[in-house]
Ligand binder design. Structure first.
Ligand code: PMV
Length: 334
């Protein structure tokens, strides 16, 4: 895994610091990753959360218009996720929160499985570190963000904070060092937002309760998902899009079996497949959130239309490139 600092994501002009972080998409292996099986995820480098720190007298003031927050840090409860990442970062680097306004803006839709919470936290760590002249390693950023992911998710696998902090496509197994994967071909993906919010904590908690009542049944399903993830990784490395698409389809069927899909998601998956997608599946926690479709670029427009007709609120297009995916383009066609 690359160990470079975060300088690329940070800029400073006349005392103002600006830092950003990408959204992410899980390609395969969500949920089973919580139970120690592998998953594959990639950053969405064109869809970002941005944090600006502007010098200001008085205590750090937080502005997050998207969630209606406009308050000094001391007024926020210390377990509020934004307060928590600020306080954790300050404690980690042994400084006091700066005298500044910290403004958060994000292009990443909230609660839709695209990593908006982890991206905001990552951008905050990068901005605060830059304010104090520190260049944190991605592993450090990831570890701090993981602490806050626990507030959002309960028992997070750590895949979101990892892929976002490193901003590279990764093959991820909980508790092991993340491995970057190198596609032999760009992966042209459509990401369709169902418009239904995806409560990760609830979906993960609901699955855990069902797993507790029948661990053997669920372990077998998680093992079958793991086999699809391994096969998908080989297809990505070998440059075999139809094989990858098939593995995505099978992963979706297994996600249905573990009870995290929904009629809306199944309808979007079906629409993408019928319009010619090589593979389609839900991505992230499920119940709502997003569906991803692997497409032939020539068929992308038609598949996008089919997704919209099937009810997608928004469709993004991205190419998960080879190696570092900073070239990844996410265009909002909405
Ligand atoms: O943050 P989301 O909605 O993309 O979902 C996280 C993926 C899960 O595997 C469901 C949970 C986890 O912690 O890995």
């Amino acid at each position: 895994m690359g160990t470079g600092g975060c300088a690329d994501y940070v800029s400073g002009v006349e005392g103002t610091i600006r830092a950003s972080a990408a959204g992410k998409v899980i390609l395969l292996g969500e949920h089973s990753v919580v139970y120690g099986r592998p998953a594959i995820a990639a950053p969405l480098s064109g869809l970002r959360a941005t944090v600006t720190l502007t010098p200001h007298p008085g205590p750090l003031h937080i502005q997050a218009p998207a969630v209606g927050i406009d308050a000094p840090l001391p007024d926020l409860p210390s377990d509020q996720p934004l307060a928590r990442i600020i306080l954790l970062t300050a404690e980690h680097y042994r400084f006091s929160p700066p005298r500044a306004v910290l403004r958060i803006e994000s292009q990443i839709p909230v609660a839709s499985g695209l990593g908006s919470g982890a991206a905001v936290s990552t951008a905050i760590v990068r901005a605060l570190a830059a304010w104090y002249g520190v260049r944190p390693e991605p592993g450090q950023v990831s570890a701090l963000v993981y602490e806050v992911e626990k507030i959002y998710h309960g028992t997070p696998s750590g895949i979101d904070n990892t892929v976002i902090a490193y901003e590279q496509p990764v093959y991820f197994v909980r508790g092991r060092s993340p491995e970057p994967f190198s596609p032999r071909f760009p992966l042209p993906l459509l990401i369709a937002d169902s418009g239904v919010s995806s409560p990760t904590r609830e979906v993960v908690g609901d699955l855990r309760r069902r797993w507790e009542t029948d661990p053997t049944h669920y372990a077998a399903l998680f093992d079958r998902i793991a086999a699809e993830v391994e096969a998908a990784r080989r297809a990505i490395e070998a440059g075999d899009p139809p094989e990858l698409g098939m593995r995505m389809n099978r992963n979706h069927e297994l996600l249905r079996e573990i009870g995290v899909s929904s009629p809306v998601l199944d309808r979007l998956v079906e629409a993408a497949r019928r319009a010619g997608a090589l593979g389609a599946k839900l991505s992230g926690a499920g119940w709502g959130g997003n569906v991803i479709a692997l497409v032939d670029p020539l068929a992308a427009e038609e598949i996008e239309r089919a997704l919209r007709e099937a009810g997608a609120r928004n469709v993004w297009r991205t190419d998960v490139g080879t190696g570092v995916s900073k070239t990844g383009r996410v265009a909002d066609h909405g």
